[in-house]
Write a protein that binds this ligand. Structure first.
Ligand code: CR6
Length: 836
């Protein structure tokens, strides 16, 4: 029943504004108005999607109302800098709940909808998230946008509005199946298209020289193809502040929709061909996490959004009275990994060719503008582009790159005369094999600041991958440890824990995460611990219901929830986790009365579609579940679940329900990790290696509150140098041998001994990620976990202390570090010490 009386009532009450009011009556009126006048639906017959859209529009009004002044100031600020975060990925997650929390109107909206017989939770569940990223790197960008707005730092995120984001994962017969992600299908209410701000992007063609009116030698680029970039803006409101920033994503469009000549002679298909090729550029996100494929379309995508972004920035700068030579005073641009690095020659090209600056001046502006964040040490992830491909697509940029390189090499020779080896290593051009452009080197030479994403990662970058660059430009390097937003990953995801914390220590912790320290004293209070356990148990019951619905598997909320969710990759070692499960299983088979701690193992994560080993690991997890879940000897004490389609939204349901967080990568491989932070903030204890940010998490929470195992990065290196022989470990360890043999026997594959053969052989003969080397230490550590679990009071105490000491890992702290060490901007863009 639709309560039309209430609507009339609301409208007639004075002081309530349908656009801006934050009380339930105004919100309800706003939702009704959108349904009726904007969507043309009567509230009585509107669908859930109609209600979702109307609610989103009503919320968006309030975002704009709060933020419109700061939005104007983003592009028009007479002094001070705006941050431009350039990223090929933004994994934003669902917007409705997060925006309601940031506006502080969650309860009012729930009440407004309730009056119309609609449950807010149903609308939140209905929302489809824009999966415009692969994993950690894209989600980090989204956390940083949240923190930038909350800290009231003017910022724009620039990226690509992919029509299809990361694929949806289904599991069929244990195998991953990829389905296209049609996130725009039912309409995306959070964005506003700005076709009037479109930008032309050029590709291909050739360059020519000419002499200008002043007799100066100049270059111009005659492109072969032009594509239009149309910006789509999503407002990003900070938590309980009036600052709104922007996420500006670009969609590719044909310049002329039709080739009229072709159309006139009746060749309709050819006429739209041009449109189709242009629009391919923003069609789809490449689904590889941390290991790019050198596909021409990907380079086209990279240049596409970078050219749009730089043009947008420069246009605003000039429109409001800036000169090309002062560009860096108004913009601080961050390169999120090497993906946007073509921005370096692009800005040079605009300053030199379009604005007539001399080389040295243009170079100074460029270097002062850019900072570069490296996100991985994996050698296969360091991007390179074949010179012929790069030159065919961006002929003018290649000339500029060659000139940057000539000057770079001259500089190296001046500092290190005769050291041609060093010149070869630092050169922007790889001369071995197919000549190619090294994007990390280009990012290093073009930036004034270079950072890694956790202390160990930065150290390894400095001592290994970028050591030549440290020797020559030591002042450019710094570490900035990643962080995550506590608003989304605690306040939105875990309302139970949030409420308990706020009742106990006050409610300022979401913006001052160090305030969580005040929880420490409560860790010794048995009553508080009981309430802490109740919250966790409720979260586990909720997750158990979702697991049942999605997989059909029943799990026991009283069991230890042992969870590993992240992309599937050999270096993350989901298969080490499986070896532990099979070890427990085998012990139970040998002795069904053995007293083991009941556990529910949950896995989740996508494998890159072309990464066969990762896909086989998913199958192995599923097969382990099939073996274990219904075995009467196990009697429900072990359950193994593969939770399909891990996403930001699913993560928000999973992190709060975890008891144990699996962070078990081979030391030296995971640059930082951010899931480790999300789990720990939700009260999970961590079992982990000394890798990435695990090290800093352990430092913060205390070694006695962290389950550590495994080789260190140094030990991994020396083991490899000393000729690591996994087969010998297998032969010497009876339990390990038995579980590896179990996999090889075909017992998990209906007797098929070939299915997991490649995986087993890989472990026995190569094992590049040291799974066998860390097995014993991992299994022993898991026994310490089980022992603690048997003492619920001690477990709860440790869980509370973990949360209390996680303040460092707020993305607010990371953003403050970037402001201080890289961007030199303060709140509202004010320049700070060191500003250019
Ligand atoms: N795959 C790192 O592997 C890090 C994030 C964000 C990654 C991961 O350890 O936490 O970046 N790297 O810094 C890349 O994507 C290249 C990732 O998400």
């Amino acid at each position: 029943m639709f309560p039309s009386v209430a609507v009339t009532e609301a409208a007639s009450e004075p002081g309530r504004d349908v656009r801006t009011g934050l009380d339930p009556a105004s919100l309800m009126q706003a939702v009704c108005d959108y349904l009726y006048y904007f969507q043309g639906r009567h509230p009585a017959t509107a669908s859930r999607n109609d209600f979702y859209l109307a609610t989103a529009y009503a919320v968006r009004d309030r975002l704009f109302q709060r933020g419109i002044q700061s939005l104007d100031a983003l592009l028009h600020r007479p002094d001070g800098r705006t941050v431009a975060y350039l990223s090929a990925e933004f994994l934003m997650g669902p917007q409705l709940a997060a925006n309601l929390v940031n506006l502080g109107i969650q309860d009012a909206m729930r009440e407004a909808l309730w009056r119309m017989d609609i449950r807010l939770e149903d609308l939140i569940e209905h929302e489809v998230e824009p999966g415009l990223g692969n994993g950690g790197l894209g989600r980090l960008a989204a956390c940083y946008l949240d923190s930038l707005a909350t800290l009231e730092i003017p910022a724009i995120g620039y990226g690509i509005r992919y029509e299809f984001g990361i694929f949806n994962q289904q599991i069929r017969d244990g195998w991953q199946v990829e389905l296209t992600d049609k996130w725009l299908h039912l309409g995306y209410p959070w964005e506003v298209a700005r076709p009037e701000r479109a930008v032309a992007v050029r590709y291909g063609g050739y360059t020519e020289t000419y002499t200008d009116e002043d007799g100066r030698y100049r270059v111009r680029w005659i492109p072969a193809e032009i594509v239009k970039g149309v910006p789509h803006d999503t407002p990003i409101l900070g938590y309980r502040v009036k600052t709104c920033n922007l996420l500006r994503l670009w969609r590719a469009e044909a310049v002329q929709t039709f080739d009229f000549e072709a159309f006139n002679i009746g060749d309709y298909a050819r006429a739209v061909e041009d449109q189709v090729t242009s629009e391919t550029i923003s069609k789809v996100l490449y689904p590889n996490d941390a290991s790019p494929q050198g596909k021409a379309l990907r380079l086209k995508q990279q240049y596409f959004f970078v050219a749009c972004a730089i043009e947008d920035m420069l246009r605003a700068h000039l429109r409001f009275g800036g000169t090309p030579a002062t560009f860096h005073k108004r913009w601080a641009a961050q390169l999120n990994d090497t993906h946007p690095t073509v921005a370096v020659p692009e800005l040079m090209r605009l300053l030199l060719d379009d604005h007539g600056l001399e080389w040295d001046e243009a170079w100074e502006v460029t270097q002062k503008t850019f900072g570069y964040t490296n996100h991985t040490l994996l050698p296969e992830a360091l991007e390179t582009w074949p010179i012929d491909l790069f030159g065919a697509l961006l002929p003018r940029h290649l000339e500029i790159v060659f000139e940057i390189n000539r000057r770079l090499c001259d500089g190296i020779r001046r500092v290190y005369p005769g050291d041609e080896d060093r010149v070869r290593r630092m050169s922007l051009i790889e001369e071995q094999g197919r000549r190619s452009l090294r994007m990390a080197n280009l990012a290093c030479v073009g930036s004034h600041a270079i950072n890694g994403v956790a202390a160990l990662h930065t150290e390894l970058l400095k001592s290994q991958v970028l050591s030549d660059w440290v020797a020559m430009f030591p002042e450019r390097f710094c570490n900035i440890t990643n962080g995550v937003t506590p608003r989304r990953f605690v306040v939105v995801a875990n309302p139970g824990q949030s409420k308990l914390i706020s009742e106990t220590i006050g409610d300022d912790w979401p913006i001052h995460l160090d305030a969580l320290r005040r929880l420490e004293t409560h860790a010794d209070d048995p009553e508080f611990r009981a309430r802490w356990r109740d919250v966790k148990h409720a979260n586990k019951r909720q997750l158990a219901a979702v697991i049942k619905e999605r997989t059909g598997i029943s799990v026991d909320p009283d069991s230890l929830f042992d969870i590993q969710v992240k992309r599937i990759h050999e270096y993350k070692r989901q298969h080490l986790n499986v070896l532990h499960i099979l070890t427990l299983y085998r012990r139970l088979k040998l002795n069904p009365d053995l007293d083991v701690v009941p556990r529910t193992f949950v896995f989740g994560g996508k494998a890159a579609p072309g990464y066969q080993v990762a896909k086989l690991i998913i199958k192995l997890v599923g097969a382990t579940g099939d073996l274990v879940n219904d075995d009467p000897d196990v009697r429900g004490r072990l359950k193994v679940v593969f939770f399909p389609n891990f996403s930001v939204k699913n993560g928000q349901a999973i992190y709060p329900a975890a008891d144990l967080s699996e962070q078990i990568s081979t030391a030296g491989q995971e640059a930082s990790g951010t899931g480790n932070m999300k789990f720990a903030l939700n009260g999970a204890l961590t079992i982990g290696t000394l890798d990435g940010a695990n090290i800093e998490i352990r430092d913060e929470v205390g070694a006695e509150n962290f389950f550590l195992f495994g080789l260190t990065a140094d030990e991994v290196r020396s083991a490899k140098a000393g000729g690591y022989a996994p087969r010998a470990i297998y032969e010497q360890n009876d339990e390990l041998r038995a579980v590896v043999d179990l996999i090889a026997s075909g017992a998990l594959a209906g007797g098929d001994t070939t299915l997991f053969r490649s995986l087993v052989d890989g472990l026995l003969w190569h094992d590049p990620f040291m799974v066998l080397a860390d097995y014993q230490s991992y299994v022993a550590c898991q026994e310490r976990v089980a022992a603690l679990w048997r003492d619920p009071e001690a477990w709860s105490r440790m869980s509370i202390l973990n949360v209390a000491r996680m303040g460092k890992f707020s993305s607010d702290r990371s953003i403050r570090d970037y402001c201080e060490r890289v961007w030199h901007v303060g709140p509202l863009g004010a320049p700070t010490e060191g500003a250019p």
